[in-house]
Design a protein around this ligand. Structure first.
Ligand SMILES: *Cc1c(COP(=O)(O)O)cnc(C)c1O
Length: 734
């Protein structure tokens, strides 16, 4: 029921939550067909099959009422009421509830809401997201579960933020603004992609069709409702973006690697047009993998013996991973070689089956039993065939690739797997290209494409390869997780500096292709050439020689040192135990606390905050910065170590000084005279001049040389706000 990394990550999140004992429940959709199953025709062109899932043979159980009848959730769609039943998959201690509209009482089009993942058009998509968001909350209500914090994993679930707000309105007889404060405090949002196709932008008339009955329930006009999801709330034609909706209704928002956090702050800066990019309230929490789910049994046995039981029993403890050094080289190598042999056997088996199904001749099928070499340096590449991931980069200069893989003494082989989205013809073209290359006699025994990539194929691959290859166009790969699965098994990553690798790479643990360059679309051909050559160079000069540099016992010591370093440095960090703990500490707990705080005493503080925001919004236009001066001449030279005293006279008019924070925004200037990576220095009231006029004073400590600048700014301040930019109001001085 998943397409790629996002689904795997969600599953791993639940597993780690279970391991850590975090009280969490998951909500999703149970698709009759899910994503498609892949096979290739003789030309290598991807074909799709959509077999039905048999829920009665899946590890799920139907949730029932006490009377024994299935628990049903009801939702209003414009064409009438749609009902959904609820299945439970128990993930250790964590239940995962999955909604399913394929029941007899529903009309056929409604039954199809949970038919396919990422199938259909926008209309189906919004119906699915209504079911997930609004239906999800109703399902939890029906199950008597009332979460304190809701984590929206990608924007698809964003409607839940509205439904929670509506519920608070109804129960407490309060306004949308008041309920919004209380609900928003308990919302966490994670954005998972900088690729536009991964984000929903619905046209306004489609939102009208499904929500015009809902606008009045929230007490909102059409304009105000649509404004919640528009980049510019006042643009009457703007599309309704699920990510923007939830960023405006979340207490915490994060990207999924350091780099992706940065990219997201740039990408969404227009949601907070007055705010400097470094201060856009989007955090970074790097993804991980659930180690036990991907580490081979063979290697896990070694870990049990040399790391001790704590690597499993104490998921929050990172210290056991330091003990990898204790594993004797020969043992680690023998274990790894065994996994490579299993992978080769698996690939041969799958290849034979594929050829049989395709109707290939007996000799071709016989040859399939002999492809690949269990002892050769094995490179894996498996992921969705989205074009930005550039699965065919390695074939940029086929002759050079042929020379590399065909070396008699130091052979190299490649195993590929991955699905292209059914409507992504360029992605399918890439698969076909690989299949055609793999037919060349020099490559036939060295390249295998395994059809129908799924978690089982993924496990064989990450557990058996020596090198995990990743070639996205930076910065499109928000995080990427398959490389983490590989590294936990001792495979070495060779990757563009994108996603998690940008922060985790070290020369000790793997290889970087390039130095983190970014290119514009018109340079893509050039980029491909440069990066393909960098990859060939790495293979020829570094990777292949190191792999085949053997001691007398046949063990590659240099390679093993890297394997151990990679496991030691990456396995502890890039795992979902660390990740879920980080979500806990940085998002769930602060959000739970803030929402409890706002909801206490009949939502007293939520109401007060909403009233205060209303006042601020009405009176903000009155504020003026009258004068700004320093205690020396303008443009003066200042020495490092000096302090610059700054004063500002501000007319707050009807607002009180406690309603605002007056700050100096200070930093080095770039060539355009803009402040880069500025820091905010608070100013304090020095004098009240009456009639709403105040003088504020502050001091800048000049710590570094060079050209610096500062700007004065006034922002709303209230101790109960989640972040200073919630209202998007900033008054900048010159
Ligand atoms: C881990 C995994 C992914 C995600 O891989 P990326 O490197 O993040 O693209 C996709 N599909 C399957 C089956 C996986 O196991």
């Amino acid at each position: 029921i998943y397409a790629g990394g996002l689904g795997m990550l969600a599953g791993d999140h639940l597993k780690s939550a279970s391991g850590l004992g975090l009280p969490l429940v998951g909500v999703g959709l149970l698709y009759q067909q899910g994503y498609f199953r892949q096979y290739l025709n003789p030309d290598g062109w991807q074909q799709e099959r959509y077999p039905d899932n048999d829920f009665y043979n899946l590890p799920v159980t139907l949730e029932r009422q006490k009377s024994g009848t299935p628990l049903l959730v009801e939702m209003e769609y414009p064409q009438g009421v749609v009902k959904a039943q609820v299945w439970r998959a128990q993930v250790g201690r964590v239940p995962l509830y999955l909604l399913d509209t394929n029941i007899e009482n529903n009309n056929p089009p409604d039954r199809d809401i949970t038919d396919q993942l990422y199938g259909g058009d926008e209309d189906l998509r919004i119906r699915q997201e209504i079911l997930l968001g609004i239906g999800g909350i109703r399902a939890l209500e029906a199950l008597d579960l009332r979460p304190t914090v809701c984590h929206m994993n990608e924007g698809h679930a964003a409607f839940l933020a509205l439904e929670r707000t509506r519920l608070l309105m109804v129960e407490n007889q309060i306004s949308f603004a008041e309920a919004r404060e209380a609900a928003t405090a308990g919302h966490v949002f994670t954005t998972h992609t900088p690729v536009p196709a991964g984000i929903d932008w619905f046209p306004p008339d489609l939102v009208d069709r499904y929500f015009s009955h809902y606008y009045p329930q929230l007490g909102l006009t059409r304009h105000d409702f649509l404004g919640l999801g528009r980049m510019n709330p006042d643009d009457p034609n703007g599309y309704f973006c699920m990510a923007i909706l939830v960023m405006r209704l979340a207490n915490r928002t994060n990207g999924v690697s350091q780099l992706h956090g940065r990219v997201s702050r740039e990408m969404w800066q227009q949601v907070w047009p007055q705010v400097p990019v470094d201060e856009i309230p989007i955090l970074s929490i790097t993804n991980g993998i659930h180690p036990r789910s991907y580490i081979s049994h063979d290697l896990a046995d070694l870990f049990d013996r040399y790391l001790g039981p704590r690597w499993v029993e104490r998921p929050a403890d990172q210290s056991p991973w330091r003990r990898v050094e204790r594993i004797p080289d020969e043992e680690l190598w023998r274990t790894h070689e065994r996994r490579r042999e299993r992978l080769v056997a698996f690939a041969r088996r799958r290849l034979r089956a594929q050829l049989e199904k395709r109707g290939s001749g007996p000799s071709e099928i016989r040859q399939a039993g002999e492809v690949l070499d269990p002892e050769a340096l094995t490179i894996g590449f498996a992921r969705r065939f989205a074009t930005y991931k550039r699965a065919t980069l390695l074939f940029h200069d086929v002759e050079r690739l042929v020379r590399i893989v065909g070396d008699k003494d130091r052979p190299v082989q490649l195993i590929f797997a991955g699905k292209a989205h059914p409507r992504d013809n360029p992605g399918k073209e890439m698969i076909r290209e690989i299949i055609h290359h793999a037919r060349r006699p020099e490559l036939r025994n060295r390249i295998v494409f395994i059809e129908d990539y799924d978690v089982n194929v993924a496990r064989y691959l990450v557990q058996g390869v020596d090198i995990w290859l990743n070639t996205p166009r930076r910065p499109r790969e928000a995080s990427g997780t398959s490389g983490m699965k590989a590294t936990a098994n001792g495979a070495l990553n060779v990757s563009i500096l994108d996603g998690w690798w940008d922060e985790a790479y070290s020369a000790e643990t793997g290889w970087a292709i390039g130095h983190g360059e970014e290119y514009t679309e018109d340079q893509y051909e050039y980029q491909d050439r440069v990066e393909a050559n960098a990859l060939y160079d790495l293979l020829e000069k570094e990777i292949v020689p190191l792999f085949y540099e053997r001691g007398r016992d046949g063990v590659p010591r240099g390679w093993l040192a890297k394997m151990k370093a990679a496991i030691r440095d990456h396995a502890a960090m890039l795992n979902t135990n660390r990740m879920v703990l980080e979500y806990c500490e940085r998002c769930y707990l602060p959000s739970a606390e803030r929402s409890q705080h706002l909801m206490a005493d009949g939502l007293a503080r939520a109401k007060a905050l909403a009233a205060w925001k209303d006042t601020i919004q009405q009176k903000w236009e009155q504020i003026r910065i009258d004068r700004l001066w320093t205690d020396g001449p303008d443009g003066q030279e200042i020495r490092v170590g000096d302090q610059l005293q700054v004063h500002a006279q501000v007319s707050l008019c009807e607002l009180k000084p406690t309603d605002v924070a007056v700050e100096l925004y200070y930093g080095a200037l770039d060539a355009d005279g803009m402040i880069v990576q500025g820091q905010a220095i608070p100013m304090l009231i020095a004098q009240s001049k009456g009639e709403g006029q105040y003088v504020f004073a502050g001091a800048i400590s000049c710590r570094t040389s060079g050209r610096h600048g500062f700007a004065l700014r006034v922002i709303p301040y209230h101790e109960d706000m989640g972040n200073p930019f919630e209202l998007g109001l900033v008054l900048w001085g010159r």
